[in-house]
Design a protein around this ligand. Sequence first.
Ligand code: NAD
Length: 375
Amino acid sequence: MKIAVLKETAANEQRVAATPETVKKLLGLGAAVAIESGAGAGARIRDEDYVAAGATIGARADVIGGAHMVLGVQGPAPDDLPGIAAGTIVSAILSPFNDRAKIDAYAAAGLIGYAMEFMPRTTRAQSMDVLSSQSNLAGYKAVIDGAEAYGRAFPMMMTAAGTISAARLFVMGVGVAGLQAIATARRLGALVSATDVRSATREQIESLGAKAIFVEKVAGIEGEGAGGYATEMSDEYKAAQAELVSSHIAKQDLVITTALIPGRPAPRLITDAQLASMRPGSVVVDLAVDSGGNVEGAVAGQIAERHGVKIIGHSNPASRMAPDASALYSRNLFNMINAFWDKEAKAAVWPADDDIVKGIKLTEGGKIVHERLAG
Ligand code: NAD
């Protein structure tokens, strides 16, 4: 089985879908790995490092030629896969809701598209979950970016010259990114509070030593929510949440928002009027900016400023930690291939009725086959 690893072409994408470590592991299974020249540059991996691990290096058309599976971080454009054969698996973050035309083109070309971000959230698939591996780093980096822009100390410092008070940091949305943001901000010494719509997060917030700030007047989502995910909230809940946030946010130095709803635009959590209530010099980091943003005035790929408050809207935050993000992402891919590896066939075999295969497979045999994309 030949596995091809592409150089990413999207703007701001520094990650890569294989590292020398995962190349060695794939070779250990019995696969052959071909890497597009320069693919690792953004993640600080040289072509010669891949060669030392046992991969071949080539131009895009050469690595794709004869490949049974093509690995990417972001889904490659269908017209940028020279010589790809029908029946080849393309495994990447395919973003079907943002770019349906691409998925239709994969189907038309007879490709088998595996959307890594559709990985089921089951115990068995945990080691293949790219949303978790990448969000964790994004949550960490949001605090580091916020601290840099804040330009003041996080911990309380009692010095001979007087006391510096601790920074107050509020995390909105306590999934994987939010939990890591809480943990990172606590390690740096901030006073941390956090909120979510799912009641199961209250205990998680408190166990990390942060204060849970919850809407009490209107019921949120019981427990974890469906599959661990939130849904759009009622107007009544949104009004109660806005009131709660308005009273809390004015006292915060930093806010990190991470709230997402699968398949929908990100919920709006902070209005311009609420930003105006914050002290000038405060910082808001919007990790949901690529999905429409949680914060009014956030601009993808920019640091905006409103009422003296900086709004950090870095696109693709995980890519800002490309070496670590690539190491984890490529292990997610290896773990998936390894789980389906057939030792005798020396190839991965993907049973159509397997819940992981059903979960991630978008296209096959010229058609869209995923139920979430039907119709
Ligand atoms: P996500 O990225 O979809 O959303 C981030 C957070 O925003 C979520 O906690 C969500 O509840 C919250 N949110 C959505 N709308 C909101 C609003 N209006 N106001 C405030 N908060 C809002 O979430 P995620 O990081 O993918 O994690 C979701 C859950 O899935 C977590 O509980 C996580 O532990 C769980 N999970 C399970 C597995 C597994 O079992 N294999 C793997 C990863 C994550």
